[in-house]
Ligand binder design. Structure first.
Ligand code: ADP
Ligand code: MG
Length: 380
């Protein structure tokens, strides 16, 4: 049975490594916000199940496009649900010297900051993840005293392909390097030790407010830059041989994925868009490369963002992309683009999304529109 066992282990290993190299893709649809929609056209996208949604096909009103993902979080989903299903399971790995990354992708206004940061009343992924890190560290320290843990944070921004330290305002563009063990490091980046969640709160909140207030003055810079929070957990053995393991968790609120060329941005903004497009475009190539597993070189080095995430995206790291989308028509093309980046698969279905309730009442169409109404999605 030994060889059979060995074989099984090998198979599991292969499946396991394949699985870990993949980037899990979740999609979150935010609630419809009436105020944003002067024409009251209703939503153009809606959920169908725990992994699927459909969107109007603008090319052909008799069709919808159905997409499938690893997880779909509907408009009713809570911050807690998103955290539990998409983020909590990866946190234990960073206490074992492994790396992980969670990033929010999608057009400006679709809910990236809500998902990552949230509010006092509805805290998002970042505060929940940091709480969980401290919770796990405390539990492990209680259970066995062979290891000692230290937790620290860095907070940076990539803007116009420049790496800026958000814990040290006025800092210059920082270099990204790789050490001999292929760990990505940023010499000169502020690293702040944290002893508790409230410690984190003390350092993070002012830095994050800084970024948002600066943004309104500087042409909504926050929608054009990538905000990257790094939580590092170092685990040291108290006794010889004093082994040491470092785990990194990147929590990233990406720049808006909207196509700025369409909205007619000029000059500096166009230049910014170009730089953002380079990082986001490269990210989409990297994720695609990892998820289709076509082999070949993963183009990490083609942008600052992907270079920075190189040791924490794909490979042995645990990565989740939460694609945020909005249901209003004015986001249609940006939603469509974001879904095409995120989708595991897409299917064209012959079934009108919007106008069907005004179609001639043939039996079949009449029955279908009732089902549509029951599903809560029929819109006129
Ligand atoms: P982004 O960071 O992608 O530009 P925001 O997170 O700022 O988008 O969201 C835009 C607006 O929508 C904000 O007012 C935010 O509070 C609200 N919002 C986003 N997602 C949700 C949600 N799931 N539930 C309730 N409100 C949301
Ligand atoms: Mg935002």
């Amino acid at each position: 049975w030994t060889s059979e066992m060995a074989q099984r282990v090998a198979v599991n290993d292969a499946a396991g490594s394949k699985r870990t190299a993949r980037v899990r893709v979740a999609v979150r649809l935010r609630p419809y916000m009436d105020k944003q929609d002067e024409k009251s056209e209703g939503p153009c996208v809606r959920g169908l199940g725990p992994q699927t949604l459909e969107i109007v096909n603008w090319r052909n009103a008799t069709e919808t496009l159905q997409y499938q993902f690893d997880v779909f979080h509907g408009e009713q989903s809570t911050q807690q649900e998103v955290f539990l299903s998409s983020v909590k399971p990866i946190i234990p790995h960073i206490l074992n010297g492994q790396n992980a990354s969670v990033f929010a992708y999608g057009p400006t206004g679709a809910g990236k900051t809500h998902t990552m940061l949230g509010s006092q009343e509805q805290p998002g992924v970042i505060p929940r993840a940091v709480r969980e890190v401290f919770h796990l560290v405390r539990t492990q320290v209680k259970d066995q005293d062979e290891w000692e843990f230290s937790v620290g944070m860095s907070y940076l921004e990539i803007y116009n392909e420049k790496v800026l330290d958000l814990l040290s305002p006025n800092s210059q563009d920082l270099p990204i390097r790789e050490d001999k063990d292929k760990n990505i490091i940023i010499p000169g980046l502020t690293h702040t030790s944290l002893s508790s969640f409230s410690d984190f709160h003390t350092h993070f909140v002012p830095a994050s407010l800084n970024r948002t207030t600066a943004s309104t003055k500087l042409n909504q810079r926050s929608s054009r830059s990538h905000a990257i929070l790094l939580i590092k957990v170092v685990k040291c053995q108290r006794v010889p041989p004093h082994r040491q393991q470092t785990g990194k968790l990147y929590l990233v609120d990406l720049a808006g994925s909207e196509d700025n060329r369409r909205t007619g941005n000029q000059g500096i903004r166009l230049k910014e868009s170009g730089a953002i497009n380079l990082s986001l475009f490269t990210l989409s190539k990297v994720v695609d490369c990892l998820n289709t597993g076509t082999g070949g070189r993963v183009p990490y080095r083609d942008s600052k963002l992907t270079r920075l995430l190189q040791d924490s995206l794909g490979g042995s790291a645990h990565s989740v992309m939460i694609t945020n989308i909005a249901p209003e028509y004015k986001y249609y093309f940006d939603t469509f683009t974001a879904l095409n980046f995120a989708a595991k698969s897409k299917q064209i279905i012959n079934r009108p999304f919007v106008r069907e309730t005004v179609m001639p009442p043939t039996n079949a169409a009449g029955k279908r529109s009732r089902e549509e109404q029951d599903a809560g999605g029929s819109v006129e």
